[in-house]
Design a protein around this ligand. Structure first.
Ligand code: NAD
Length: 408
């Protein structure tokens, strides 16, 4: 593998990589910005008030009248439900990069913490709720979207309540702990005539989007197999992720879902058969309720196979390799928050691809806000979340019975 550090990629290197792509006959969109614009397009638009202006306004300016720029796009208001590690450390800071989304309300069981965070993000105290008075969000017109960042087993209840309050919902992965709960969430969205999106941030991340693009265009010929591993050190015993009631399962529900979802977005297919083995680890009391490690294999209609693993172990492993008839693509790490590395090649020749960093958290929230504004389809709707939950239940069934589960 080449030894470049993506954090050290400077602008000259990036442009040279972009030029290389252009020379290879790829459009600027091939640079992988989540909204179809290249990262450079985004910069130009942000820095130049004339880009995107109606023709009439430009004409007025030529007539000597003052040029009055269009107001910036209206940002939709997000209500963040659950001020845990992910919400506070990743999501809230990412609004700074969002063009169409802003935080306007918080839901927490800890009023002092919520007050401190609200002050930091200029959110009114009146827009702080707890889990009991949550339904009062119905009266807050500033809130367009409710973003659920709670333990897995609470996703269904708060998604349904948010839809009943007339709000659109962005819900963290995994969508819920059962297929029945997923279906009720989808039904609640339909009944309220509101949108439901599952926060599969990786599907808004440029390197992963590039893998999808190259897989679909068969840059290296037909896809043959995907291997993917996710391993994380889960830490101490007192956490909801180790409670089956709150998590719905162990490493599979939490991180193995990234491998499962990757096999589906890289192939663009749904699995037809599943094998699995799991280990709870009787020697470690943290895993008395949920599995520590799981191996699973997927077969797709085209013949492509996926070989995946997840584990709450001491290593940090986060990678996949897609093997095609004439070459391969490796992402390592593949689904981390930052620092993705993309290697590809054929035979012994290996290259590293560099794309400019884009906040995929902001891209995801912007995508949802734009879909609401334009009433367009979301890329990762409730059905996408339901499918993963259905396959994860089948993976557990295959592991428990020792038999191949055919997907009906
Ligand atoms: P966390 O434990 O840090 O935060 C959970 C929040 O829920 C806390 O604020 C906690 O107070 C609150 N909560 C309310 N009722 C609770 C209860 N009964 N038990 C425990 N906590 C309760 O967890 P997190 O890491 O922020 O994860 C939250 C959700 O976000 C999960 O669904 C997880 O899968 C998802 N997540 C997604 C990503 C991603 O990259 N997309 C990353 C991390 C977490």
């Amino acid at each position: 593998m080449t030894g470049h550090d993506p954090h050290q990629v400077n602008r000259r290197k990036f442009l040279s990589a972009a030029g290389g792509l252009a020379a290879a006959g790829m459009s600027s969109n091939a640079l992988g910005a989540p909204d179809g614009k290249s990262p450079d397009d985004r910069k130009v638009q942000l820095n130049n008030p004339q880009v995107g202006q109606p023709v009439s306004q430009t004409a007025k300016a030529r007539d000597g009248k003052p040029l009055v720029p269009e107001p910036p796009p209206k940002k939709l208001g997000y209500c963040i439900v659950g001020l845990g590690k992910f919400g506070v450390q990743q999501i809230l800071p990412s609004f700074a990069q969002a063009e169409h989304a802003k935080p306007v309300a918080l839901v927490s069981g800890d009023r002092d913490k919520a007050e401190a965070i609200a002050a930091h993000y200029d959110i009114s105290s009146k827009s702080i709720y707890n889990y009991d008075n949550f339904d009062d969000i119905a009266d807050n017109d500033e809130i367009d979207v409710v973003y659920i960042i709670l333990p897995n087993a609470m996703h269904a209840e708060f998604t349904i309540r948010a839809h009943e309050a007339g709000k659109h919902v962005l819900c963290e992965k995994p969508m819920a702990t059962s297929v029945e709960d997923c279906q009720q969430m989808i039904d609640a969205a339909d009944k309220a005539n509101r949108k439901l999106m599952i926060a599969y941030r990786v599907q808004y991340e440029p390197y992963n989007m590039k893998v999808i693009e190259w897989s679909r265009s068969q840059k290296y010929g037909p896809l043959q197999m995907i291997v993917s591993d996710t391993v994380l050190d889960i830490g101490g015993p007192n956490q909801w992720r180790l409670s089956k009631k709150l998590s719905g399962g162990g490493s599979l529900m939490d991180i193995g879902i990234y491998s499962l979802n990757a096999t589906r977005y890289i192939t663009g297919e749904e699995p037809i058969a599943i094998n699995a083995m799991k280990r709870q680890n009787e020697n470690d009391p943290r895993f008395s309720e949920v599995e520590q490690s799981i191996l699973f294999q997927l077969q797709f209609p085209s013949g492509v196979m996926g070989n995946c693993s997840s584990s709450y172990s001491t290593a940090e492993v986060n990678r996949y390799c897609a093997m095609f008839q004439d070459g391969w693509i490796k992402l390592d790490p593949a689904t981390t928050y930052t620092g993705h590395r993309f290697y590809h090649g054929s035979g012994k020749k290996e290259e590293q691809l560099f794309l400019e960093h884009v906040s995929h958290f902001a891209a995801e929230m912007d995508h949802f806000a734009e879909a609401i504004k334009n009433n367009s389809e979301v890329r990762t709707p409730g059905q996408e979340g339901l499918k993963d939950v259905k396959y994860m239940r089948m993976i557990y069934e295959a592991a428990e019975t020792g038999k191949t589960v055919k997907v009906s």
